[in-house]
Design a protein around this ligand. Structure first.
Ligand code: DQA
Length: 145
């Protein structure tokens, strides 16, 4: 099992960015915890963050050739705008779970639509950093492809 965790724009600011909305855990802490949990379960985990749509698309495309078997993605603001990133995930056909720290459905109407949810196996939102752990638990529980 080789898991890729993708974080979209502004998630590099976690810890200081609107802590009332996104919590005080940093992205490094989230990634370190996920890596440790994956390692304990005998899985490989790589994480990638970018503020650039094309870089995120390139990373998804690269996943097709690098052995990635499952993707956990928080597309952040691109959730609501990016047909390109959606098409990349559809193109590589690697199963994925969509994660959001905040409950996007309790927030502004423009956050209610996702270009990813209908392609995702599942969506976790509103549980803060625990959402990533739950997504990883699910990924690790899947039979190896
Ligand atoms: C987010 C929700 C998005 O609407 C927002 O643009 C983000 C983070 C979340 O994790 O709650 O940057 O994906």
């Amino acid at each position: 099992m080789q898991i890729l965790v993708i974080h979209g724009p502004n998630l590099n600011l976690l810890g200081t960015r609107e802590p009332g909305v996104y919590g005080s855990v940093t992205l490094d802490q989230i990634n370190a915890e996920l890596s440790a949990l994956a390692k304990k379960a005998g899985a490989k985990l790589d994480s990638f963050q970018s503020n650039h749509e094309g870089a995120l698309i390139d990373r998804v495309q690269a996943a097709q050739g690098d052995g990635t078997t499952f993707i956990i993605i928080n597309p952040a603001a691109y959730t609501h705008t990016s047909v390109g990133l959606r098409d990349a995930l559809a193109g590589v056909a690697i199963p994925f779970v969509e994660v959001h720290l905040s409950n996007v459905h309790k927030r502004e109407p423009f956050r209610h639509h996702s270009y990813f949810s209908d392609l995702a196996i599942g969506v976790i939102c509103g549980l803060g950093a625990a959402g990533y752990r739950l997504a990883l638990d699910y990924a690790l529980s899947r039979p190896s492809p």
